[in-house]
Design a protein around this ligand. Structure first.
Ligand code: PLP
Length: 497
């Protein structure tokens, strides 16, 4: 097969730029008419294949300099340890690439020992280091969840897949505590997309939204609502505190027309837990919907979506559920769904809850997007695992590990960022004492012990280490590993400047 020479050269250059050995090899095998060695012409694709396979040679295409009618590629040939460079010419002949000239003696080396060098050197093989992930998330993945991701792929429109989606949704209902006509499904993106889904579905531009925050993620809700055109009323407190429900209700008394009131159930940037059940109860007779960020709470601490009167919640997969990041379990109450049905603004396709339900829940299923099948398997197994363990038992495990860690940290004389009355069990933010360089300590924990912990998030955060014991890592054993590593690093830390 011959093609326009320019196109072939462009293809080779593109292959090189993409570092795609496969693409370059295809061009060499299929698009070049003959290979001209020093010892005579060899016609056809087989000649090129000979370069690549019979002689066990693979060319490193370093430069393809297209000139008027020639393009030159550097070739490195390694002959049994003695390596020399040679130049190959792709000669343009009447608009077609005519051949490849290789300057090495195939007779002297009838079967030259050539250490194959890559046509285009690939990056090294994937080999991530072993890490104990004890930061604010992601956490390590449950082994059975990783196994689930190795199972056979199905198509997103396979009826068997659609059955699986329904089973997953049922499990998600149980883990969230979703009851009655409230609906739940996981979104095809991370927690932040859950936040966005709530806002775009439930808030119309110009609506008043009250956001209570004392940390990074609550502030993000306020920013997101403002971007969406809402009039945002912010009720804030310092990092580590919570915004008391009374303050939120006062703000609501001042702006009773507010369409949404938003809080973060588990503020990962500080380790504080909002009294969500009490807030839900206080809002029960109001028209304002309650949005709760449950990214760090779902699966780790008690949560009863319907019983507590939450109207919209979103979460993630990479924390207390012990799955990889990539999906966002969300839930809408019945009255939140009613708001969706009566809203008068358009919602982006990706976040439109009605369209998502058409794929996830209503049958026959309607295409919405190509679902991330392996991530769905992962979440499926993570939810199965959580229910198999039992939610109470799981919450108790997170509680026990986290409180143990916090006790030991305080025994060592460190202060925690969160108000002790509202301290989350499974996310502990430790204030970095002035004498330490917090970032350096984090780096040493990673380099010397393979343990990841978090630091402060965002420019306003005070210096801190954030230690998460979530999912498979919610255990006394893991807490001890983290403490031992901290002790070792801190014992040899110089005082910060
Ligand atoms: C409380 C909270 N909300 C929202 C998010 C955003 O979730 P994601 O990073 O999965 O998009 C996070 C992430 O850590 C979080 O901790």
């Amino acid at each position: 097969m011959t093609r326009d020479a320019r196109a072939i050269l462009d293809e080779l250059v593109a292959a090189r730029n993409e570092r795609s050995e496969q693409r370059a090899a295809r061009v060499l095998r299929e698009d070049i008419r003959y290979w001209d060695s020093q010892h005579g012409d060899v016609e056809g694709r087989d000649a090129v294949a000979a370069v690549l396979t019979a002689l066990d040679a693979r060319f490193e295409l370093e430069t393809v300099a297209a000139q008027e009618d020639d393009a030159v590629a550097e070739v490195q040939i390694d002959e049994g340890g003695r390596s020399h460079r040679s130049t190959e010419v792709y000669r343009l002949d009447g608009g077609a690439v005519a051949g490849v000239k290789a300057y090495f003696d195939v007779h002297r080396y009838p079967r030259p020992v050539m250490t194959p060098i890559s046509l285009i050197p690939p990056a090294p093989p994937l080999s991530p280091p072993d890490r104990l992930l004890c930061g604010p998330g992601p956490t390590n993945v449950e082994p059975s969840v990783l196994d689930a991701m190795r199972q056979s792929m199905m198509g997103h429109l396979d009826p068997t897949m659609h059955e699986l989606l329904l089973d997953l949704v049922e499990m998600q209902r149980a883990v969230y505590g979703v009851e009655g006509d409230a609906v739940t499904l996981p979104l095809q993106a991370t927690g932040m997309s859950g936040m966005e889904t709530g806002i775009v579905n439930l808030v119309s531009p110009g609506d008043v939204v009250i956001v209570g925050y004392a940390g990074f993620f609550g502030r993000r809700i306020a920013q997101m609502a403002a971007r969406h055109g809402a009039e945002v009323v912010e009720v804030t407190r310092d990092w580590g505190e919570i915004v008391p429900n009374e303050a939120l209700l006062e703000a609501l008394d001042e702006r009773p027309e507010a369409r949404l009131l938003a809080v973060v159930h588990a503020e990962t940037s500080t380790g504080a837990q909002h009294p969500l059940a009490e807030l839900g109860a206080a809002l029960r007779d109001r028209d304002t919907l309650l949005l709760a960020d449950c990214v760090t709470s779902l699966g780790g601490i008690p949560l009863a979506f319907s019983e507590w009167g939450v109207d919209f919640a979103y979460s993630c997969t990479q924390k207390a559920l012990g799955a990889p990041p990539g999906m966002s379990p969300i839930a809408f109450s019945e009255r939140a769904m009613e708001r969706c049905r009566t809203r008068d603004h358009q919602v982006p396709f990706s976040f439109d809850i009605e369209l998502l339900l058409d794929y996830w829940v209503r049958r026959p299923a309607t295409y919405h997007h190509t679902a991330p099948i392996l991530h769905i398997y992962a979440l499926y197994q993570a939810l199965r695992h959580a229910l198999d363990e039992g939610l109470e038992a799981r919450w108790a495990r997170h509680e026990e590990a986290g409180r143990y860690l916090q006790g030991k940290v305080c025994e060592r004389g460190f202060d925690l960022v969160a108000d002790p009355e509202h301290q989350l069990p499974h996310l502990t933010a430790v204030r970095v004492p002035d004498r330490f360089d917090g970032k350096r300590v984090q780096q040493r924990l990673l380099d010397e012990h393979g343990i990841e912990v978090g630091g402060g998030l965002g420019p306003d955060a005070p210096p801190m280490w954030r230690i998460g014991l979530m999912g498979p890592n919610a255990s006394i054993d893991v807490a001890d590993r983290v403490l031992t590593a901290f002790d070792a690093v801190l014992a040899s830390e110089p005082a910060a400047e």
